[in-house]
Design a protein. Structure first.
Length: 118
């Protein structure tokens, strides 16, 4: 059975200090005011915080489930097709996103630093 945003909400709200919110007009989950995950505008994908390295690994291992659009290239987020992700993988991904969000300073940019060669 496919995962729904209702499942996402249940998994995320089981983590400490997670609260429901909105982001870009879509349902979202935040911890300490920092975005953990949100429903993408298509209603079929979840935007979840990750690292650039983990994102590359996930997309290489399962490109039918994990992907990005050009908009997210410079940001440490991954898009997850809810119809394809397994519940256990989603729980793990949300837990990792929760840990990352708690470590990130509130006003810090999550943008990848520019590649500066001298």
């Amino acid at each position: 059975m496919p995962v729904t945003f209702k499942d996402v909400r249940k998994f995320a709200l089981a983590l400490p200090n997670v609260e429901e919110a909105t982001s870009y007009g879509t349902p979202a989950l935040k911890v300490g005011g920092k975005l953990l995950a949100r429903l993408k505008e298509d209603g079929e994908s979840l935007v979840v915080g990750t690292t650039f390295e983990e994102r590359e690994e996930m997309m290489a291992a399962d490109p039918e489930t994990y992907y990005i659009t050009d908009h997210y290239l410079k940001y440490p987020w991954v898009l997850v097709r809810l119809s394809r992700v397994h519940e256990d993988a989603l729980r793990d991904l949300l837990s990792r996103s929760w840990r990352l969000a708690r470590r990130m300073p509130r006003k810090a940019s999550r943008r990848r630093p520019a590649n500066r060669s001298q």
